[in-house]
Ligand binder design. Structure first.
Ligand SMILES: *[C@@H]1O[C@H](CO)[C@@H](O)[C@H](O)[C@H]1NC(C)=O
Ligand SMILES: *[C@@H]1O[C@H](CO)[C@@H](O)[C@H](O)[C@H]1NC(C)=O
Length: 399
């Protein structure tokens, strides 16, 4: 009998890593004033902590460069320094995948020993090489998979170094390939108070089982997840239609603010202005963002002013079926350091985004946003994102 139990327990121990098929990270940063979110990843042998930006739109995960960059934020450690063994060769499958994802030519004749690529973002574009190293993951069982990530090529002009160290898109598929998660699912919860959490894998205990609004991933624009075209309206009665026709909409947590096309932008400023006419708020110049208002007294927090603004409705049409995401005022305004309230929706045309509209991190605050690449849908549910329920700050405790 004892032998039988020993066998059962041995089997359970073998199964245990399979049961925990998700990885969770504590998220740091905020919309304002930092303007970015990141997790701490322990990389290398011995493992050292580095910052990794949360960007569900990026096909490449970045790590800090080892030349002086004009970066306002550096990792808690020295800059990452790769050894020759960290180079991913051009013929490597992971290089083939990156080139395919970036729609780049896979030509290994010039530099067969390395994997060069170029990536463009809203804020900047950058060139880099693909490296691989051991990542110590915060799972209950010690897991140190070898994962590929991008590294800005030394010798690039200073300033081309990406300010935002980005990642997550390709991370998810690598984690699945290595059996650490069972489903290609990634999600995040950005707290309105800053911080939050990020998770990989579909069976995270961070995800509620009901109440999630799901949108099909209608199409792919480049490497971005998009639920298709949407109309934007101010207030629930749709009294102020802001976008005249459905607009292409992308979810991009790597972008802090929301960006809309200039016609939508002009109509939005106008509509918000009308709804504020009877309030004590008056337009004012502020260096924080282009469109700001002051009150009689300096504004201390979002709670002081959010009731003066109306929620925005983002309505996606899928045939006869319409799905609406509400963007409450606190997810499109910020309170500046000067005590003014500013619009966190910006002019996408100024960034050359053309018809594309980006739903940035600000709009996703206090929501669990789930990118499910298995069932090709995006989930959205209100949640307090303060802290990780039932978890100690796993990463911090491992340093
Ligand atoms: C999502 O799944 C498709 C295959 O269905 C794959 O080509 C793509 O790389 C996946 N995206 C991510 C970000 O993992
Ligand atoms: C938005 O940007 C475009 C392109 O730079 C510009 O022409 C337009 O005037 C801007 N709109 C507003 C309302 O600032």
């Amino acid at each position: 009998m004892a032998t039988l139990w020993a066998l059962v327990i041995a089997h359970l121990l073998v199964l245990l890593p399979l049961l925990q098929a998700s990885v969770e990270f504590e998220l740091h940063g905020n919309v304002y004033p930092d303007g970015y979110f990141y997790v701490v990843m322990n990389v290398g042998e011995p493992a050292k902590p580095y910052f990794l930006d949360v960007d569900t739109g990026s096909p490449v995960t970045w790590l800090e460069c080892d030349f002086p960059c004009q970066s306002p934020k550096h990792g808690p450690n020295d800059m990452y320094k790769p050894g020759p063994s960290n180079m991913v060769s051009c013929e490597d499958d992971r290089c083939v995948t990156v080139h395919k994802d970036l729609r780049a030519v896979h030509d290994c004749s010039k530099n067969p020993d390395r994997c060069d690529y170029k990536v463009g973002y809203v804020e900047e574009s950058s060139t880099g090489v693909l490296l691989a190293d051991k990542f110590s993951l915060p799972t209950s069982i010690e897991t140190r998979p070898n994962l590929a990530f991008g590294w800005p090529r030394s010798g690039d002009p200073v300033g081309r170094c990406p300010r935002h160290l980005r990642g997550t898109g390709d991370f998810t598929s690598q984690l699945k390939q290595q059996g650490i998660i069972t489903e290609n699912v990634v999600g995040h919860c950005i707290s309105i108070h800053g911080g939050g959490f990020l998770f990989f894998g579909g069976d995270s205990n961070m995800v509620p089982t009901s109440g999630i609004t799901w949108l099909p991933m209608a199409q792919r624009i480049g490497t971005y997840y998009t639920p298709g075209e949407a109309t934007l309206n101010l207030n629930v009665q749709q009294e102020y239609p802001v976008s005249m026709k459905p607009m292409r909409t992308i979810f991009d947590s790597g972008t802090t603010y929301t960006y809309v096309h200039m016609t939508t932008y002009a109509r939005l400023i106008n509509a918000v202005g009308i709804t504020l006419q009877s309030s004590t708020l008056k337009r004012v110049y502020d260096t924080a963002l282009p469109v700001c208002w002051k009150d009689i007294e300096p504004i201390r927090s979002i709670d002081d002013v959010k009731n003066k603004f109306q929620p925005l409705d983002l309505t996606f049409g899928h045939g006869d079926k319409q799905v609406t995401l509400e963007i409450p005022p606190e997810n499109y305004i910020i309170v500046s350091e000067s005590g003014n309230v500013c619009l966190g929706i910006l002019n996408g045309s100024e960034k050359g985004l053309q018809e594309q509209n980006l739903i940035g991190g600000i709009a996703m605050q206090n929501h669990i946003v789930i990118y499910d690449n298995e069932s090709k849908q995006i989930g959205w549910v209100r949640s307090s994102c303060d802290g990780m329920p039932g978890h100690a700050p796993l990463i911090g405790s491992r340093l």
